[in-house]
Design a protein around this ligand. Sequence first.
Ligand code: MG
Length: 375
Amino acid sequence: MRIDRIDLFHIAMPLLRPWRTAYGEDSVIESVLCRLSSGDRAAWGESCPLAAPTYSPEWAGGVFEAVHRWLGPAILGHELETACDLQSRLNAFRGNSFAKGLLDSAWWNLEVQRQGVPLHRLLGAARDMAPVGADLGVADSLDELLDDVDAAVRDGFPRLKLKFRPGWDLPIVRAVRERHPGLTLHIDCNGGYSLRDIDLFQRLDEFQLAMIEQPLAWDDLLEHAELGRSIRTPICLDESLSSVAQVERGLKLGSAQVFNLKPARLGGLTNAVRAHDLCAAAGATCWVGGMLESSIGVAQCAALAMLDNCTYPADIFPSTKYYAEELGDPPVTLVVDASGTPAIRAPLSLPEPRTDLLRRFTLRTETLSTSSVSS
Ligand code: MG
């Protein structure tokens, strides 16, 4: 397919309540959308790196600029028959995974239209539904968190993830574990700790957590391997997995036993599927995470979560959990499977932004087109 036009939108989506993690607090989620046009087809993509470079070195304004100035012009007017064609053009640029993921996500949605095959089937998935877990951020109080935990357990979520940061740490885990001894539980540290905190992680072993997600620095692999040799709880990498090469290194070094796959952070679905296959071949567990995207991005995560080796329940939610107004139409919703477990269905129709909300949420927009390039 020849790429004729790229419309870019830097957007800010107001949250129902602030999202607090070890790296800070967001009251709006900044994301970037693109509309990729090829002939009479057009498809949307999303990449959500957040407003500031606090989760990763990338940020929404930077992703917008990188695609507008460099990555977009590199694919405009070119025939991209396969996802590899797209990635090889983008490989001229170093890093910038979220920016590459934006174009990759829209390319796959164009491919869905071209082939008339659902996205998860194009990725190689056989199932149509996958279980999801509950994800609880830092609350105003322990009582508030315990109420949220109780609600998640009542709703049948098969596992729970707690954000974990200094001041919201061991006593929180102890309180939740005492209240729900058999619950599958893990914590996400968002890179907030160092090897000086080894005692803390050793003390966590008694709580039989399913994993400790990204305990150490956002770009580290070596010290995670060292920490893993000192504790019994499995380690999961998230922020450190910024490329397929990082996943390969993480497997080789023994940095983690569990790998969180986020399409945008890995540079797009194409790379996320490669990472999944590498983990499967190495016997490492995968699961899919998200970035508080709108349903446009969530649908891509949902398709990825259908792959065979994504065995730990995904971090995929209907965006009504976080947003008063959902940008994507149709919105992604949860269902309940035959066993009563909250689950996500593979998306059959891919969400597009509602025009009224897109207009209201847009901070900046730009268009690249072959007609303007040639004029
Ligand atoms: Mg995480």
